[in-house]
Design a protein around this ligand. Sequence first.
Ligand code: AMP
Ligand code: GLY
Length: 448
Amino acid sequence: MNQVVKKNALVNVLVIGGGGREHALAWKLAQSNRVHKVFVAPGNGGTALDSRMENINITEPGELLAWAATNDIALTLVGPEQPLAAGVVDLFRSQGMRIFGPTAAAAQLESSKAFSKAFMRRHGIPTADYDTFTDPAAAHAFVDRLGAPIVVKADGLAAGKGVVVAMNIAEAHAAVDFMLVDNTLGVTHNEGGARVIIEQFLTGEEASFIVMCDGKNVAVMATSQDHKRLLDGDVGPNTGGMGAYSPAPIVTPDVYARAMREVIFPTIKGMAEDGIPFTGFLYAGLMIETEGANKGHIKTLEFNCRMGDPETQPIMMRLKSDFFEVLWAATEPGAHGRLDKIELEWDRRTALGVVIAAEGYPMSPRKGDVMTGLPGKDSSVGDDAVVFHAGTAEKDGQTVTSGGRVLCVTALAESVKSAQLRAYEVAQDIAFAGMQYRKDIGHKAIKS
Ligand code: AMP
Ligand code: GLY
């Protein structure tokens, strides 16, 4: 089947996923005057409320393809990593359907740490020194030889939980055992079974550097930074992300140039050379050295092959370009897309998002709590704040919690401080039993 869409006709689009990232992507797409309706599969309580969107209760890639092909979907955008790793892009493309994201082979940059580390080593992309292990005895010996602090990472997808930054060697030995021997994290193993990466501990400050790629050309997203730890002051367990803001002042023009030159361009070129051209969002998690002679030097902590969550929420609030037109250019049929024709425009103000999580997140979040104080159908509060939904669902006319990260309250303002004040002001009106959120999102970017 080949899709024929009349120039400037109104079209339907499909967003795959159901988190805060997908609500923000759908929210931005719905503003395009080329878009009739945004279907979200499976979506959440926020996308259910918005009349410009409609939830589709499908998640299996084959069923998504069949549904999209029979429902006039002109373009599909994939939010999370699991459907990408499962080959949803390959499947849609095999039927001539436009979809933005990497193939399963290219998604290995995220789905296999062994693949991405070997790729970086092969192409000279800066990253922490490391070794890969399948044999527990060899892994333990390596930990003893290197000493702590040291970092142990599971090879497969682990929903952000497969990394242990061990401050002493006992923790590192324990991590080797539960990743390699017991698999208590429930990691989806790649070919060859359980594998760990053990790598050098890096110091510095992290930033999210995200670009769009059409197989050849690159369009750079606004810079951003998230907060991975659960508690104020960046302590407590690692989470999927408790808040984010854009732009990230740590990404100075020098760091930006370095990231493009040392990480992004060599990755796009390297993937093409390896016969796996990269299409989709490429997210490089960077560690930026903040002290000493190497100040401003960068190392790649990880690649994701999708947008970040919650980074997407502030980034989409700052995007002024028509997102549909951008994705349409990126997926133009041919050897590669036409992102070279696109100039992304950004609001120069700062956007800041605060994640509101359920009681018990991240270990065992409680579900089913009734929520009050949410804004109306389009989730906006005035023209400077949006309450993006994540783990929410509609139940008997009420919105209830249905997951760990429940909302991301995102505000746009002149400075990080004023965006922070506005986001917390909006958050205060929202209530549900057991809600928790950090009170210091953006603190690293606020000069006291
Ligand atoms: P990753 O999924 O590889 O990005 O790791 C998750 C988090 O663990 C990162 O965001 C960092 O905070 C931390 N981390 C990962 N690798 C290292 C490293 N080599 N040194 C220090 N911290 C790290
Ligand atoms: N916020 C980090 C991520 O999306 O992986």
